[in-house]
Write a protein that binds this ligand. Structure first.
Ligand SMILES: [Zn+2]
Length: 109
């Protein structure tokens, strides 16, 4: 069995994916408050994390992971409709705290 096949059959617990998560979290810090490490929520996973959410627990900001790319933009460069659209798609997996209080955009009016 190849490593790839093994990952596809066991998406949760392989050393390869654990290593990727660790590397991602080692590199990334919140661009706003510089807090580190960020909390990672995985929504969809293949060999890499396809979709997910990085959460800064210090300032309550969230950063989408879309098509394996973490989007780490400062507030002024973010798109309200895109961010809320992303949260809507994964609403059942997004922490409630982020839906209600996440920055820069959330569902509470
Ligand atoms: Zn932060």
């Amino acid at each position: 069995m190849t490593a790839k096949a093994y990952i596809e059959l066991n998406p949760q617990e392989t050393e390869e994916t654990l290593e990727l998560k660790k590397t991602l979290l080692d590199i990334l810090a919140c661009p706003i408050c510089k807090s580190h490490p960020l909390e990672l929520h995985i929504f969809e996973e293949k060999e890499e994390i396809v979709s997910g959410l990085l959460v800064c627990t210090s300032c309550n900001r969230y950063y989408p992971v879309i098509d394996e790319i973490p989007h780490m933009l400062p507030d002024e460069l973010r798109n309200h409709d895109e961010d809320l659209g992303f949260l809507k798609v994964w609403e059942s997996k997004v922490p409630k705290k982020i839906l209600d209080e996440g920055k820069p955009f959330n569902f509470r009016k």
